[in-house]
Ligand binder design. Structure first.
Ligand code: AMP
Ligand code: GLY
Length: 423
């Protein structure tokens, strides 16, 4: 069959790489894609939010399966548009993608169904939020409820800081409509773990765990970003934590969505924090993580098309999901200045060093093709992933491979996976 992937980041490059390995797939298209994806798929000039155009394309090309990588189209209802036209598509419908699209919704869901999460209140009125802040203590977390490119969460060390956050989100509309409603929640401490799960509406199968590094600078300093690097598996996600999450988080979330008439099909990304009181859910996403996908998918043994089709057909219980007994580390190469101001259009050198090496991957995020050249075209430019027998080897391999790449404003964190030194 032919496959269409919707999105343009490192995540979509990792999905395309997994799809390319499938024996079921003839041709891959990607809308809109990027300079690296163009190496394995035909890029199509349709943006992720042009739902009818995407569906027209899928119809014309008789696409056997469309995979939606990004959150915005999912939350906007792209899957509903495809389904209405009888097209096969992988991802949650709009009424289920709300689990990512509205943090207020997901907090209420967790409260109603007893899924462990931080104590919180939702507000759609700034005065009420400000008055509430007089009744609680800092540190405290203020979150825009809607999609805000991963930047809508403000950790506030004082109540005054929290009040400023409320004003800037709700009155100055720092995140636009995403901040019309906010969540104010208890500050939690602990290791964070991301667990991405395949879901078919009824059954849920967690993949191997991963950990992201969200801050821009070494030592978890600087601004929050989309993610500066990942490793998989997380040694902190041990058997006990896993068992707890399987009993108290994953299946209960599936059951809760079903009970609400919002059957969830696709990828449920569970962002966990391992607190001294046990694991709690920080957030849900309705798609693969980026750059979590870049360390999880290269370790998956199954044919991704088989798993995705089982999800669509409600037969995930028949799939034996398997991962290699190895480790992966991804270091993001960004444009210096990300996530604020940075320059684009720099020529990238050294990409050919990855060719023919099975244990090394260079996933393109913000790149574009210009004749024979590949230029930087975004904040996060490339994700350099390496496999290894264990995490420390994978980390050494990944950092070695970052040296193969050169562009003039290349920036990366040097401590991806440093926490592993404590294990
Ligand atoms: P979210 O998008 O909700 O996952 O938040 C982004 C990041 O903010 C998380 O990965 C955490 O590092 C941090 N964060 C979110 N909520 C909390 C919380 N309640 N306590 C401490 N840190 C948090
Ligand atoms: N890396 C975090 C995310 O994809 O939301």
């Amino acid at each position: 069959m032919d496959v269409l992937i919707v999105g343009s980041g490192g995540r979509e490059h990792a999905i395309a790489t997994a799809v390319k390995k499938s024996s079921k797939v003839d041709k891959i298209y990607c809308a809109p894609g990027n300079g690296g994806i163009a190496g394995i798929a035909e890029c199509v000039d349709i943006t992720a939010m042009e739902f009818e155009k995407l569906a027209d394309f899928a119809e014309q090309k008789k696409i056997g399966l469309t995979i939606i990588g990004m959150d915005d189209p999912l939350v906007g209802g792209v899957v509903d548009v495809f389904e209405k036209r009888g097209l096969r598509v992988f991802g949650p419908r709009k009424n289920a993608a709300i689990i990512e699209g509205s943090k207020a919704f997901s907090k209420d869901l967790m409260k109603k169904y007893g899924i462990p999460t931080a104590a919180y209140e939702n507000f759609n009125d700034a005065d009420q939020a400000l008055a509430y802040l007089d009744t609680v203590s800092a540190p405290i977390v203020v979150k825009a409820s809607g999609l805000a490119l991963g930047k809508g969460v403000l950790i506030c060390q004082t109540i005054d800081e929290a009040k400023d956050a409320v004003r800037s989100i709700m009155i100055d509309k720092q995140f636009g409509d995403a901040g019309a409603e906010i969540v104010i929640e208890e500050f939690l401490t602990g290791r964070e773990v991301s667990v991405l799960c395949y879901c078919d509406g009824t059954h849920i199968k967690p993949m191997t765990s991963a950990q992201d590094h969200k801050r821009a600078k070494d030592g978890d300093q600087g601004l929050n970003t989309g993610g500066m690097g990942t490793f998989s598996p997380s040694p902190f996600y041990d058997d006990e934590v896993k068992r707890f999450c399987e009993e108290k988080v994953y299946q209960p979330t599936m059951d809760a969505m079903k009970a609400e008439g919002r059957d969830f099909t696709g990828i449920l990304f569970v962002g966990l924090i391992l607190t001294p009181d046990g694991p709690k859910v920080l957030e849900y996403n309705a798609r693969f993580g980026d750059p979590e996908a870049q360390v999880v998918l290269p370790r998956m043994k199954n044919d991704i098309i088989d798993v995705m089709e089982a999800c669509i057909d409600g037969k995930l219980d028949t799939v034996d999901l398997q991962f290699e007994d190895n480790a992966a580390v991804c270091v993001v190469l960004a444009s210096d200045g990300y996530p604020e101001h940075y320059e684009k259009g720099k020529e990238i050198h050294g990409l050919e060093a990855f060719e023919g090496k099975d244990d090394y991957f260079v996933f393109h995020a913000g790149t574009k093709k210009d004749g024979d050249k590949i230029l930087t075209n975004g904040g996060r430019v490339l994700g350099v992933t390496a496999l290894g027998a264990d995490l420390k080897t994978a980390r050494a391999n990944a950092y070695k491979a970052t040296e193969w790449i050169d562009f003039s404003n290349k920036y990366m964190r040097h401590d991806i996976g440093k926490a592993l030194d404590e294990v």
